[in-house]
Design a protein around this ligand. Structure first.
Ligand code: C2E
Ligand code: CA
Ligand code: CA
Length: 508
């Protein structure tokens, strides 16, 4: 260490305080290090500079103070230079924050209102991916060239980074705002010519009003972002105003998402079991496992509260793995009652799970100690949405293990018969929507469900109807050739204890 210090000190050539800025910084760094690292180094430094320990200490403090002032000075200089976005030339995030602060204090004094629009380009990533970043940059410049002339002198137009922009409309009349927003959205709908390519884009805008939707620049920007998120959720190419309910909804989702990652560890998920029955004998043939989340703050949550969220953040893969493992344990427990091991248990499988190669191992490991035919995987027609080859291959491998595959929500997707014949499917589950359409009198004309059952029959698959709530529906499907059903008519999804009690009553 000594040698290193000496060499550095030599380079700096300490000449009694007359240091250049660069040397000053270097020097400070050395002293700072010496102070932090060891007594030995400090002693060496004191000796080299021929100063006493107290003098050395004073020097250190003075240098540190100077350094802080210098830092503040250079930051201010840097800020002054950096008010503009280098790509488009409009204000950048920093300038926007300053302007907003100024505008807020002015609005407080004059009691005036303003609107802040937060927008980005829908699917901008795809544009960058397909045409390259240079192209993306040129498009952003075009956006500025098209939007800026429509704004008034006193409005603010800033780019936050990426494809995110902010417009602040001052002295705005709320009644005219919607028309104005529609005009801005329409600007994006016109065609864009960039580097000889003609492309179509759209934009989603989130809108907040001062003072209603935020007290300061940070809150306004955050809430405008939330409103933009909502505009995207509503299908993009739209504007959306911030509301308190929206805020609560987003906060709820954020809290839900945060707690989700601990839910497995905390054993908060539980499976309920909805029996499936054979119409003719009225006997249970198995059950569908349906997940519930026993949330520490929100109570018992049905899958509609969290499955979509888990699919979008990918956690569904972990949840799905647990469901299959829990299903295996449940089957073993049920086999104590059903010693012939004939009752099956079906689990819902999300497309995300099928796209991961480890899924095969998860299923394979879950077969230990059970009859493979007792496990059914329910998949929806969306497996054919993309990457059909991979999903197909995965399902074929799994089917070879002896596990059955069921097509869930049959008839609601966009599958063609040709696709269906390609998929390794054992059972077809007719969706509740078709069961709901069965006429009360049991006859009047042909309904869609006839065609659906006929279709499933043509494919030579086992057929089961879901969501059967009434006796007449049951009779109707039976007459059309569907032998099994699941629905409130027989039973709602049950807690394990209740389901086992039902099994006990039947003799196997
Ligand atoms: P699904 O697979 O279509 O499940 C059937 C849903 O219909 C269940 O709702 C069930 O409780 C309900 N149901 C059954 N019979 C009747 C009836 O007669 N009338 C009415 N009105 N409803 C009936 P649940 O349990 O809320 O599940 C909703 C959806 O959540 C499921 O729809 C499934 O897509 C998904 N889900 C449930 N568990 C899991 C899971 O472990 N993993 C995945 N990925 N998704 C799951
Ligand atoms: Ca299902
Ligand atoms: Ca369904």
């Amino acid at each position: 260490m000594h040698r290193l210090l000496r060499r550095q000190l030599k380079k700096i050539e300490y000449d009694d305080g007359n240091l250049s800025e660069k040397k000053f910084q270097d020097f400070l760094e050395i002293i700072d290090r010496a102070y932090k690292e060891s007594d030995e180094d400090r002693e060496f430094l004191e000796h080299t500079l021929e100063v006493s320990s107290t003098e050395m200490h004073d020097l250190y403090e003075e240098l540190e103070r100077k350094s802080k002032t210098k830092l503040a000075q250079s930051e201010a200089r840097f800020r002054a230079l950096a008010q503009h976005d280098t790509l488009t030339g409009i204000a950048n995030r920093f300038a926007l924050e300053e302007d907003l602060k100024r505008l807020i204090s002015l609005s407080k004094r004059t009691k005036s209102k303003f609107a802040l629009l937060f927008f980005d380009l829908d699917h901008f990533k795809n544009i960058n991916d397909s045409f390259g970043h240079d192209f993306g940059d040129k498009l952003l410049k075009e956006v500025v060239a098209r939007v800026a002339p429509k704004l008034r002198q006193e409005d603010i137009f800033a780019r936050l980074g990426g494809d995110e922009f902010v417009i602040v409309l001052t002295n705005v009349e709320e009644t005219k705002l919607a028309v104005l927003l529609e005009k801005i959205i329409a600007l994006f709908r016109e065609q864009w010519n960039v580097e000889g390519h003609t492309i179509s884009i759209s934009s989603s805008i989130g809108v907040v009003l001062y003072p209603k939707d935020g007290r300061n620049d940070v809150e306004l920007l955050k809430n405008a972002d939330i409103a933009m998120y909502r505009a995207k959720e509503l299908g993009r190419d739209k504007f959306s105003f911030f509301t308190e309910e929206l805020n609560e909804k987003i906060m709820y989702e954020m809290q839900l998402e945060e707690s989700m990652f601990q839910a497995l560890q905390n054993n908060e998920f539980v499976l309920h079991y909805q029996p499936k029955v054979e119409i003719e004998s009225g006997k249970i043939i198995g059950a569908e496992a349906l997940i519930r989340w026993n949330h520490s703050d929100f109570g018992f949550l049905s899958p509609s509260h969290f499955i979509d969220l888990a699919e979008s953040n990918g956690y569904i893969v972990k949840i799905g793995e647990w469901v299959i493992q829990e299903a295996q344990r449940a089957i073993k427990r049920f086999n104590v009652i059903d010693t012939s091991k004939h009752l099956h248990l079906s689990v819902n499988v999300s497309l995300k799970q099928l796209q991961i190669s480890e899924f095969y191992e998860v299923v394979k490991n879950a077969l230990e100690g059970i009859n493979p035919e007792q496990l059914i995987l329910e998949i929806t027609e969306s497996v054919m949405a993309d990457d059909i080859e991979f999903a197909l291959h995965m399902l074929q491998k799994i089917q070879k293990l002896g596990v059955k595959i069921s097509m869930d929500d049959f008839g609601t997707g966009y599958s063609s018969l040709a696709y269906l014949t390609q998929l390794p499917i054992d059972t077809i589950k007719i969706d509740k929507t078709f069961v709901d359409q069965i006429p009360h009198d049991g006859e009047s004309g042909k309904t869609l469900i006839d065609t659906i059952i006929a279709m499933a029959d043509t494919l030579d698959k086992c057929i089961i109807a879901e969501g059967v709530e009434h006796e007449y529906q049951c009779k109707y499907i039976q007459a059309k050739g569907c032998k099994y059903y699941q629905g409130y008519l027989f039973s709602k999804p049950l807690e394990e204890e209740q389901y086992r009690a039902l099994l006990q009553k039947e003799s196997f």
